[in-house]
Design a protein around this ligand. Structure first.
Ligand code: NZQ
Ligand code: ZN
Length: 394
């Protein structure tokens, strides 16, 4: 094992009916006034929001609900939520939903604790988060891993920039995970979730760092589990066994464990964020749309690594590393397609086929105007990013 720091303080409460514990958990986290953030209405329709509100009131706490978070959550909404939360006297923020709701709740917690600061200053690196309010989560969608991660992603809709903020202040206090709460997910969101969970591990697994045997075994085991159960879940979102394995994998995949000791890559996430910022495509779909193009462009940096993935995750028997790499890439792409996820721009209606000029603009956006590179397996500059987008443009 290589050197690492692992900090995953979130208390996980996993299993059926666990949302009933939300009031007591918030109270033991110091809450007196709980500001509940939710999305476009799925938790209203399912009755979950009512159950959560009741559990909070039963614990003797005050509660205010604030809904309307959209996928690829917007900065302007988060700013409004901060104002509402301050006027309520919030001392605890609760997210009831998926990654977009959780990330907005994290933004609210930073905003309330730092009322003099515009929250985007944290995302644009002008300021560092030094204090925040505690956040709890009732998870309804296994995908982003935000329920235990140190990250929160917002889109500034004025500038069309989607950016993540990484800080340990983003780690939630607790995460309630009842797999039954994910039964109502549309098939498309199940597919997006499976891709995102795989990608949080793949974006760590494709590293040049060696000698992290246990990390590799954990990553490969997680990928095999998600691939197997994803195929079941996409056909039947009411399958408890499949939905529960995926739900736990979603947290483990993005809490750091599957990349411990290794330099992270995360180029595919950066390529995808540019697509979501410009075309508002769902996060998971943005990743599957570029993965093949990225993988075929970079695998020759170290075919041995891609061959290990192909053999240990997909059971590829080929002894030649380059051929095995390509087989592993093909199997991954075929799997994404079996989930009905796009594997190119042409398959993603939000994006569509682009002109060369548009591709150049996208590469410029992703490289922040040629001021940064992305990735570490292969460090990609603006020209590399253009080439990857060009390959995905089919
Ligand atoms: O808004 P509602 O009505 O609740 O509907 C949502 C939304 O339309 C729906 N949904 C959620 N749970 C449901 C449900 N529908 C029926 N039944 C349920 N149980 O699903 C749709 C998508 O929700 P969203 O929260 O956007 O999805 P996801 O969890 O995939 O989150 C995506 C966001 O997280 C960011 C992404 O970039 C994107 O903005 N990420 C956050 C990360 C983090 N904080 O660590 C890491 C990730 O890499 C990712 O970047
Ligand atoms: Zn992701």
């Amino acid at each position: 094992m290589q050197a690492f720091t692992q900090y995953t303080p979130t208390k996980i409460v996993f299993g059926k009916d666990t949302e009933k514990k939300v009031g007591k958990l918030a109270k033991s986290g110091g809450a007196t006034k709980v500001f509940v953030v939710y999305g476009g209405g799925s938790v209203v329709r399912s009755g979950l929001l009512d159950r959560v509100t009741k559990a909070i009131l039963d614990a003797g706490l005050a509660v205010k609900t604030f809904g309307g978070v959209k996928p690829n959550p917007r900065l302007s909404f988060a700013r409004n939520a901060v104002k509402e939360a301050i006027s309520f006297g919030t001392d605890f923020v609760l997210a009831v939903g998926g990654g977009s709701v959780i990330d907005t709740a994290k933004a609210v917690s930073h905003g309330v604790a730092n009322p003099q600061t515009d929250i985007w200053d944290f995302w644009s690196r002008k300021k560092t988060v030094e204090k925040s309010l505690p956040v709890g989560v009732v998870l309804t969608l296994a995908a982003a891993g935000s329920e235990t991660s140190d990250s929160a992603v917002l889109t500034n809709e004025e500038t069309r920039i989607k950016r993540g903020l990484t800080t340990d202040f983003n780690r939630p206090d607790f995460a309630i995970m009842n797999p039954e709460l994910t039964y109502t997910l549309p098939k498309y969101q199940v597919g997006c979730g499976v891709v995102d969970i795989m990608m949080h591990t793949l974006d760590r697994y494709f590293t040049l760092t060696e000698h992290n045997e246990l990390t590799d075994e954990i990553a490969e085991g997680l990928l095999r589990t998600v691939i197997k159960n994803g195929a079941i879940a996409i056909k039947d979102s009411h399958n408890y066994n499949a939905m529960s394995e995926i739900m736990w994998a979603g947290s483990l995949s993005h809490n750091g464990l599957t990349g411990l000791g290794a330099v992270k890559d995360f180029a595919v996430h950066q390529l995808g964020h540019e697509l979501s910022a410009k075309f508002d495509i769902a996060h998971g779909a943005s990743l599957s749309a570029v993965w093949e193009a990225w993988a075929t462009y970079v695998f020759k940096e170290k075919p041995k690594r891609f061959a290990q993935y192909a053999r240990n995750v997909w059971g590829v028997k080929e002894s030649d590393d380059e051929k095995a790499s390509l087989e592993g890439i093909e199997k991954t792409v075929a799997y994404f397609q079996s989930l009905d996820m796009p594997t190119s721009f042409g398959q993603a209606p939000e994006v569509g086929i682009k002109t060369e000029e548009e591709l150049r603009k996208m590469a410029d956006g992703c490289s922040y105007g040629n001021t940064r590179t992305i990735g570490s397996f292969k460090v990609c500059n603006r020209e590399d990013i253009y080439e990857i987008y060009r390959r995905a443009n089919k």
